[in-house]
Design a protein around this ligand. Structure first.
Ligand code: GGG
Length: 363
């Protein structure tokens, strides 16, 4: 019998529903691995769970350990839950954990598929329109998330505070995310990239983005292109989504558009994402798009589909595309069978959906 290949995965459930959905994702991945025993290509997962997050911050004053990145560096991938809790300011928790990992490991491409699932009611789905499917590619290393700026720079005293938040766009940063988007478009049925900016109002960084987009597009004559302002793109998501295939946008614009996309697909709880370091010099990180949802945390109401979809993206990254496809089929079987959490019109708990997903692996 062939010995299984063991993938070392760092799990960081972090906060709120992150804990429930990471547990669900791990259960489904372990079931998949157990099932591979005796197959020509057996595999296993060796998990190490890190307790970082807002509770850790309250105990230690840090969202993650100072040597955290060095410890994570040893892993094949990172499986993340969600960050944020009302006891810690959101910018402290986000920068202290999620953004520290994304930027520390130069995970510059954030891939966020917008996928419509059977059995899930979407405000967009019409009887003749069941195959909507597009991907938001988020520039994940700079732009509005460069962390540049400061408060009270002019020192104008009480009531006169000023703050500056600078967006940073580099030619290298724009070019690499655009080439990534074009390469992705070439793998899809519709070869099209839509670039999003607000370059009519923001005349420096976003105009650089447009210039680089035109230059990169010239290298991909087989791929259709369009440049759309972010306000018009928001309307297009709702009114003409069938025109979309790959949508590439800055850190902030893509974050907002991908939330809109997943809400249109039925729920934020369904959306998966991959934070990739495409050069593979550092580990990549896989996480549901949703946040920690303090209002429903700990009540068994969280939708695990976004986290399980993110596990499928992780399997693709680990070189197991057949297993990833199997996981995606299990998700479709489960939603189609009506085993759905409350956010998508069902009554099932997180645990019910997790069990159904494991059963559906062999359906
Ligand atoms: N799993 C995604 C997550 O935890 N998101 C928390 C959040 O507030 N994200 C904002 C952002 O990354 O832009």
């Amino acid at each position: 019998m062939t010995a299984p290949h063991t993938f070392r995965i760092a799990a960081i459930p972090a906060d709120g529903v992150g804990k429930e959905v990471v547990a669900a994702g791990r259960a489904v991945l372990d079931a998949l691995a157990a099932d591979s025993a005796g197959s020509p290509r057996p595999f296993a997962f060796s998990w190490e769970e890190f307790p970082w997050g807002c509770e850790y911050y309250e105990r230690t004053g840090r969202m993650m350990d100072d040597d955290g990145l060095d410890r994570l560096r040893e892993f094949d991938a990172i499986y993340f839950g969600a960050v944020g809790w009302p006891t810690v300011p959101d910018h402290v928790s986000l920068w202290g954990l999620r953004l520290r990992i994304c930027q520390g490991f130069d995970q510059w491409a954030n891939v966020r598929p917008v996928h419509f699932l059977p059995g899930v009611t979407s405000p967009l789905r019409k009887a003749d329109d069941t195959d909507l499917d597009w991907v938001v590619v988020r520039e994940n290393s700079e732009g509005e998330y460069a962390g540049l700026g400061g408060r009270n720079l002019a020192g104008r005293g009480p009531g006169g505070e000023v703050a500056v938040q600078t967006a940073l766009f580099t030619e290298v940063g724009c070019e690499r995310i655009m080439r990534f988007a074009f390469d992705l478009a070439r793998t899809r049925a519709r070869r099209k990239v839509s670039s999003v900016t607000k370059s009519n109002a923001q005349q420096y960084g976003m105009v650089l983005w447009d210039d680089v987009f035109r230059r990169v597009a010239a290298d991909y004559p087989d791929v259709e292109t369009e440049s759309v302002l972010v306000d018009a793109m928001s309307a297009k998501f709702v009114l003409r989504p069938e025109e979309l295939s790959v949508v590439v946008a800055s850190n902030l614009h893509a974050d907002i558009l991908s939330d809109l996309g997943s809400a249109l697909a039925g729920s934020l709880g369904l959306a998966a994402s991959a934070n990739l370091n495409p050069e593979r010099r550092h580990p990549s990180m896989f996480e549901p798009v949703h946040g920690s949802a303090p209002d429903i945390a700990g009540r068994g109401l969280a939708n695990p589909v976004g986290a399980v979809g993110s596990a499928a993206l992780m399997l693709d990254h680990l070189g197991l595309p057949d297993q990833a496809a199997r996981l995606r089929r299990a998700i479709e079987t489960t939603t189609a069978a009506g085993v759905r959490t409350r956010d998508v019109g069902g009554t099932a708990s997180t645990e019910d959906v997790t069990k159904a997903l494991v059963e559906a692996l062999n359906a």
